[in-house]
Design a protein around this ligand. Structure first.
Ligand code: GDP
Ligand code: K
Ligand code: MG
Length: 296
């Protein structure tokens, strides 16, 4: 009797902030699961993106960029990165062309001693030249002799298919971990929160985006429309005024842009209401952090 084998495993993407981890995961999955901006700390959670084939399931995970934590929220973010080391069947270590080292030495030592295959992906090669690429390949080969190196552009989808094929070869034989029609581990509300946060990252300066958390209080879907109510939380009254803007114009822009993107994401008409509330020092409060899902 012929038995068909099935492969499945966890493919975890790690690296410094802003090297293109979220762009790469979205390229693999073919959906805008992770929000992307040119600012560090855009990604705060570990987000799964699942790619299903007839005889395989690849469970990608996007993680926050590696940093030395300065407050409680950032420590939780680094716990997500640590967990990504533990359950990986294949590790994708993403570096940006021109970069020389990981922002945290301890994480780099973990990489050097990793038990699973490590693919070192040199990203953003669309911005470089041949000489720089050769120099970088040499540098990383010396740093991580056991890693296989690929040159890619996540943004332009260059080299991504080659990496995908190599991962498929490396995946262990296993039944699927998730239902084969599942795309991610996060609920719908998570993507609403993230989309609103993306707009805040894009439109506000300095520490404002880092002081914000978004919580969607209700998500009610009918045949024709989704009604959503979301609260934007800041740490201080002064930040609330900035988020609202003169006559509420700033918050209105966030709401309109988020709604348009969410209509594409959910493929449905959306009615989005946003409120701004002060939640004093939530970033340093373990109970609040738990409430917002920063507990692995
Ligand atoms: P992350 O912080 O590692 O998740 O990085 P993001 O995916 O959020 O990307 C950070 C910035 O780099 C964004 O402005 C992306 O558009 C940009 N970026 C990502 N991949 C590439 C690439 O291959 N080429 C270029 N030129 N830019 C890229
Ligand atoms: K980013
Ligand atoms: Mg990211």
């Amino acid at each position: 009797m012929e038995t068909k084998t099935h492969k499945a495993g966890f493919v975890n993407i790690i690296g410094n902030p802003n090297v293109g981890k979220s762009t790469l995961m979205n390229a693999f999955v073919g959906e805008k699961l992770s929000i992307i901006t040119n600012k560090a700390q855009t990604t705060r959670h570990r987000i799964l993106g699942i790619v299903n084939g007839e005889d395989f399931q690849m469970v990608f995970s996007d993680t926050p960029g590696i940093l030395k934590p300065a407050y409680e929220l950032q420590s939780s973010m680094m716990d997500f990165v640590k967990s990504a080391f533990q359950d990986a069947d294949v590790l994708l270590y993403l570096v940006e062309l021109g970069e020389k080292a990981l922002k945290d030495e301890a994480f780099f030592q973990k990489l050097q001693h990793a038990q699973m295959p490590v693919l070192l992906l040199l990203n953003k090669i669309d911005k470089g030249n041949e000489a720089l690429l050769l120099e970088q390949q040499k540098h990383w080969q010396e740093q991580l002799p056991d890693a296989e190196i690929f040159a890619i552009s996540a943004l332009e989808n260059f080299g991504v298919a080659e990496v995908f094929n190599r991962i498929l070869e490396l995946l262990p034989e296993s039944p699927p971990f998730y239902p084969k029609d599942q795309l991610t581990d996060k609920p719908e509300r998570f993507f609403v929160n993230e989309k609103i946060r993306e707009k805040i990252l894009m439109h506000y300066k300095k520490e404002i985006p880092y002081s914000v958390e978004v919580e969607t209080e209700s998500f009610e879907e009918s045949d024709s429309i989704i009604h959503i109510r979301s609260v934007i939380m800041v740490e201080r009254e002064s930040q609330k005024a900035i988020i609202l803007g003169h006559k509420g114009t700033a918050i209105k822009r966030v709401g309109t842009e988020a709604r348009k993107d969410l209509e594409k994401f959910f493929d449905k008409k959306i009615h989005l209401e946003t409120f701004v509330k002060v939640n004093k020092n939530w970033r340093s409060n373990p109970n609040q952090l738990k409430r917002f899902g920063y507990d692995k």
